[in-house]
Design a protein. Structure first.
Length: 365
């Protein structure tokens, strides 16, 4: 039997949430059934951060330039040459023209995948959703909020979408007291220290500047605390300068991009993510799988609370309020394994890979 040829279209390969979701899925997909390729934009001279990770999966990777005309020309040429059965495009706006080209070239299965949910659905998003409802043969979303943000509320069959959970290897993240002690030892952190963590790209969306203000207030209540930041991004210098100006250089640690997030989460006491918006944060799922209490903003959909261990706070409250609520939550929190809960809710990668594989194959036949 000939393999089903699938092309994943990603915005980039720099370790963001979308790339991590796709990486999790491709890691467990049956390579004897699917021939898997990736196309992504790369505007940097050096190799994208997750390039080698995907290569190790046996996936072919095609990098597109930032120039829109060259990008679409190369993408069209690739589709003509490879004759894909499935084009699976991730994002809000770019899937419109990628899937339109796929439709012109008679690709049978054209999948749009929503990953973002903002508070306000602007006109440009409404237009993208209108077009995708007519171009895509399958519409996926990481959650209800992200799906309704892109495709609109389900008022007709054209606006129907399927929720595909941002699944992970739950066992890899499952809380273990011995692993926690080992992780803290490796980080040089005493058991008596309060360790806060955040895994997020250094972008405006993730709201690190506000997070630093929150941590500054936490230090007023608990001097024996540290904040570990995992990630990189365009706001690094601005964030670093704020840390220095607040006199927190000895208490806030920049860990950069890491491949050992599961181990680092074991070491944390609480996970903070005061985002301006999210779709369905992979980092929040991983934190909950590690048994952590999670503090996030009210701009994030309540559907992301999978374990009843998430508190949603308004961003218009001052950082001192956030600090106080965070410390109160930690004080009353009893950390334990959440594996059974997350498996039951469909966030185990194996069950969701089977679900996605069925979506691919059922629309080919």
């Amino acid at each position: 039997m000939e393999k089903i040829k699938v092309l994943q279209v990603l915005p980039e390969l720099e370790g963001g949430g979308i790339e991590r979701v796709v990486y999790n899925y491709l890691s467990y997909m049956d390579k004897s059934v699917f021939d898997l390729d990736i196309v992504a934009i790369s505007n940097r001279e050096k190799e994208p951060y997750m390039y080698q990770d995907f290569k190790k999966l046996g996936v072919s990777i095609f990098l597109l330039p930032n120039n829109i005309f060259m990008r679409l020309f190369i993408f069209t040429s690739l589709l003509c040459r490879k004759r894909y059965d499935v084009v699976h495009a991730h994002g809000v706006f770019s899937p419109v023209y990628y899937l339109f080209i796929a439709k012109l070239l008679f690709v049978r299965v054209r999948i749009s995948h929503a990953h973002v949910a903002l508070v306000t659905r602007i006109l440009k998003v409404r237009l993208a959703g209108f077009l995708l409802n007519r171009i895509a043969t399958v519409k996926l979303s990481c959650g209800l909020a992200a799906g309704e943000y892109l495709y609109g509320k389900k008022q007709s069959s054209k606006e129907t979408f399927i929720v595909l959970n941002n699944a992970i290897n739950i066992s890899k993240y499952n809380f273990n007291e011995n692993l926690r002690d080992k992780a803290r030892l490796n980080l040089g952190v005493e058991n008596s220290e309060l360790l806060l963590g955040c895994v997020a790209r250094f972008t405006k969306q993730k709201n690190h500047l506000f997070l630093i203000d929150v941590f500054f207030s936490i230090k007023q209540y608990n001097a024996n605390s540290k904040l570990f930041l995992i990630g990189e991004g365009e706001m690094y210098e601005q964030i670093k300068n704020k840390v220095i100006s607040k006199g927190l250089s000895d208490s806030i640690v920049f860990l950069g991009l890491r491949n050992d997030i599961a181990e680092l989460l074991q070491a944390f006491d609480v996970f903070l993510l005061p985002s301006l918006y999210e779709g369905f944060s992979v980092a929040m799922i991983e934190a909950q799988a590690a048994g952590l209490p999670v503090i996030t903003s009210e701009n994030v959909s309540v559907e992301t609370d999978l374990t009843k261990n998430v508190i949603f706070l308004p961003l218009n409250n001052n950082p001192r309020y956030w600090a106080r609520r965070t410390l109160e939550f930690i004080k009353s929190f009893n950390r334990c394994s959440q594996k059974e809960c997350l498996v039951e809710k469909g966030y185990d990668i194996l069950s969701q890979v089977k679900f996605l594989s069925n979506i691919y194959t059922s629309h080919i036949i």
